[in-house]
Design a protein around this ligand. Structure first.
Ligand code: ADP
Ligand code: MN
Length: 256
């Protein structure tokens, strides 16, 4: 808490030219003064007890392990405000009626939009019973959610899973196919970045993560994204030697 407070104070949070420069210099490093202030307030209000090490440093976000006020653990996803990264994402937002106020010229508003979108999509998944992290709280570009893992150790991603038998791999493949179908049919969402990197394996089941770019099934690109998703899924299981893959056509028909 003290560290956060000192860092926040000493970085001259108040608006000066100096600040603008230091903030710009740290756009690659996600812990800019604003982010620290948000975390500081979450700790100060008792929502979080502590924010610990980095679980993942990605291109678009960092994920931290945190402990909540009640002692349960949480994952804190902090979106990066780097403009370069978010240029890529325009294709997902163009055509989304939910995001008409997406502001290309303001990176801070953009990341807030992505965080909002992820929180909303996670809620939609949870509402229909798809395994996904529960949202705890959203503060601008900082999303606090349920931590998927044990004792501070994140659950393995699908990529890292060693299946003990072909039966267990087959079950996992089927679970994934059904999950994508429910996501499409009940949530009206296409993941859009589905792969062995965005699925965690926890307590014998898959958990869907990273849904900030997911699109409505009516999005003009939804079908193209869905095709790419199922191509990824089949490619992963083919690489693992799965013998009973559905054809892309059958999988597509099943899902839609
Ligand atoms: P990005 O790919 O945009 O960096 P992700 O949402 O995929 O962000 O998260 C990156 C990594 O952080 C994941 O691969 C996973 O290992 C870890 N992670 C993300 N969310 C959670 C969570 N709720 N619980 C545990 N680990 C998580
Ligand atoms: Mn990811």
């Amino acid at each position: 808490l003290n560290e956060l407070r000192e860092a926040t104070m000493s970085s001259k949070y108040h608006k000066t030219n100096e600040i603008d420069r230091s903030e710009r210099a740290t756009t690659e490093n996600v812990m800019d003064p604003r982010t620290r202030m948000i975390l500081y307030k979450l700790v100060n209000s008792g929502m979080l007890r502590e924010v610990n090490g980095c679980v993942s440093t990605g291109k678009e976000a960092n994920v931290y392990y945190a402990v909540r006020g009640d002692g349960s653990d949480a994952a804190v996803k902090v979106y990066k405000t780097s403009i370069l990264v978010f240029k890529d994402r325009e294709q997902y937002v163009a055509g989304e009626f939910r995001f008409q106020r997406y502001c290309k010229s303001n990176p801070r508003k953009m990341v807030r939009t992505w965080a909002e979108k992820e929180a909303r999509n996670l809620g939609r998944l949870a509402n229909v019973g798809i395994r996904a992290p529960r949202v705890v709280i959203l503060r601008q570009h900082v999303l606090v959610m349920e931590f998927i893992g044990v004792d501070g150790w994140p659950a393995p991603r699908l990529k890292e899973v060693k299946f003990p038998s072909t039966t267990s791999m087959d079950r996992c493949y089927l679970e994934l196919c059904v999950t994508v179908r429910i996501m499409f049919q009940s949530c009206k969402l296409v993941h859009g970045d589905l792969s062995e990197y965005n699925l965690l394996f926890h307590e014998g089941h898959l958990v869907v993560i990273d849904v900030s770019q997911s699109v409505e099934h009516e999005h003009p690109q939804a079908i193209a994204f869905l095709r790419r998703d199922i191509v990824n899924v089949n490619a992963f299981f083919r690489g693992r030697g799965h013998q009973h893959l559905f054809t892309l056509q059958d999988l597509y028909s099943f899902i839609t």
